[in-house]
Design a binder for this molecule. Structure first.
Ligand code: GLU
Length: 469
């Protein structure tokens, strides 16, 4: 059975690239009737951030990427948090020492620094040949040590990556990496192998930064007599052709995009297409559709550039599809900025806005007209396109009041234009400004009267009349 995993380090946020890795691993598992596992890689205790695991779990949940096994859910291969698996790694490290594939290293920081100062590019295997007795004595004396992988000095190793094809690395280019640190914790280089095997991971889907170190991991699989997983390495998501999309340059976290007003499923849909394509021209795909058509051969070898404008467009499609009640609920907090006690039909406002925003935060700007009426500048009546003037407004204002009272507002405004020999657009412009004090409103005069209610509309028009005197 296919088993994939997402193995984030709890850094305090979920990068959009990480979310995409999780998504592909999830899609691949689900497509093949398999299981998707969440494993927390928290062996670097110095980088620990409080609450970081919850951030990951909640992000995956919001994104609709549900794991079958992992923290909080359980499963047969737990614990799923690496810091709780310390003894397991030590057991296999000892086994590798026995077989000669790993060794104790007592080298001090100073010695390593000196070695590098003299030009060494990798560890010189200084401790590889210590006698058993010496090792025992030094451990007994309480000397600090690490356990290193013993990489062959010559030869090379090749493996097949499903995205990049055959990858060959010369052993001389690999270092005897640390497997177990002096605090007894494993490094990523070790823990990923032990856990992927013990958790029955069949397909290892992760960032391309591990492409060239995978031969090292394969040596460990071989030494332990374990089957290697199938590998798929993914290109990063780029900000532009040169730079990765990174937290440092601004917002690259999933939560950041939610704050910017994107809907979780729109984000998921968009990032699914950043590095993979469904081989037809579909751009809007639900999670079920993604599961159905996900395939390895759609994965791209080249990296993709993140295009927020495109994601906004996709998001607008999702916004339009929201249940109106749900949209209204999401919109309410934005209205609160504009004197929430205004007696307007907020539900109707949501109806007007739902098809007019791309991301939820647009609501704030789109609803700004709510506050525009008090003290608006009369110069707003002047519009170059429509060739309107303040005098024109003066002349029309009584008729505007009358039109508001007419049973059919739009017909009344049309007739008004005809009677005065004006263009309909001119009358509509003047009417809109007189009623709202805003040049941009979601909908025209008729919608605005419906929104504010007739009494308020008339009150406003009369107030404008006073100002125009
Ligand atoms: N903890 C690693 C990271 O966050 C995971 C890499 C992997 O998926 O194996 O980069």
């Amino acid at each position: 059975m296919v088993r994939t995993r997402f193995a984030p380090s709890p850094t305090g946020y979920l990068h959009i690239g990480g979310l995409r890795t999780a998504l592909y691993a999830y899609l691949y598992a689900k497509k093949n009737g398999g299981k998707f596992i969440l494993r927390i890689e928290d062996t670097d205790r110095t980088r620990e951030v409080a609450g970081a695991v919850d951030i990951i779990i909640s992000a995956l949940d919001k994104a609709g990427i549900h794991y079958d096994e992992g923290p909080g859910v359980g499963g047969d291969c737990g614990p799923y948090v690496q810091s709780e698996r310390k003894e397991i790694y030590l057991k296999y490290a000892r086994q590798l020492i026995e077989s000669g594939d790993a060794y104790y290293c007592f080298c001090s920081k100073e010695r390593l620094a000196e070695m590098h100062e003299k030009g060494a590019t990798k560890y010189d295997k200084h401790c590889l040949h210590l006698s058993k007795q010496e090792i025992q004595d030094r451990i007994a004396r309480g000397e600090q040590y690490v356990i290193r992988q013993n990489i062959p000095e010559s030869g090379s190793s090749t493996y097949h990556d499903e995205v990049f094809g055959d990858v060959t690395v010369d052993f001389k280019d690999l270092e005897d990496n640390i497997l177990i640190k002096s605090d007894g914790m494993p490094t990523y280089n070790f823990a990923n192998v032990i856990d992927d095997h013990l958790m029955g991971i069949t397909h290892c889907i992760r960032g391309v930064e591990y492409l060239m170190s995978t031969p090292k991991y394969n040596l460990l699989y071989d030494a332990l007599g374990w089957e290697r997983p199938v590998y798929m390495h993914l290109q990063p998501i780029m900000r532009d052709s040169q730079h990765k999309l990174s937290k440092r340059d601004g917002d690259a976290g999933f939560e950041d995009f939610l704050k910017k007003g994107f809907l979780p499923h729109a984000i998921v849909n968009y990032i699914a297409l950043l590095g993979w394509n469904p081989k037809d021209n579909r751009e809007k795909l639900s999670m079920d559709e993604l599961v159905q058509c996900f395939s390895i051969d759609g994965l791209q070898k080249s990296s993709s550039i993140f295009d927020e404008t495109k994601m906004r467009w996709l998001n607008s499609l999702y916004v339009k599809e929201l249940d109106p009640e749900e949209f209204h609920k999401l919109a309410m907090p934005y209205y609160a900025e504009y004197c929430p006690n205004k007696k307007i039909d907020y539900r109707y406002l949501s109806e007007l806005l739902q098809s007019r925003v791309e991301v939820l935060t647009d609501i704030k700007e789109r609803a700004a007209f709510l506050d525009a009426f008090d003290n608006f500048d009369l110069g707003l009546f002047v519009n170059k396109k429509w060739k309107t003037t303040v005098d024109m407004a003066k002349e029309l204002i009584d008729d505007c009041v009358a039109a508001t009272d007419a049973p059919e507002l739009n017909t009344a405004l049309e007739q008004l234009a005809e009677k005065k020999g004006l263009k309909k657009g001119q009358v509509l412009w003047i009417y809109r400004i007189a009623l709202t004090g805003a040049a941009a409103t979601p909908g025209g005069g008729e919608e605005m009267v419906k929104l504010f209610g007739k009494p308020e509309a008339l009150r406003r028009l009369k107030a404008v009349k006073e100002r125009l005197k």
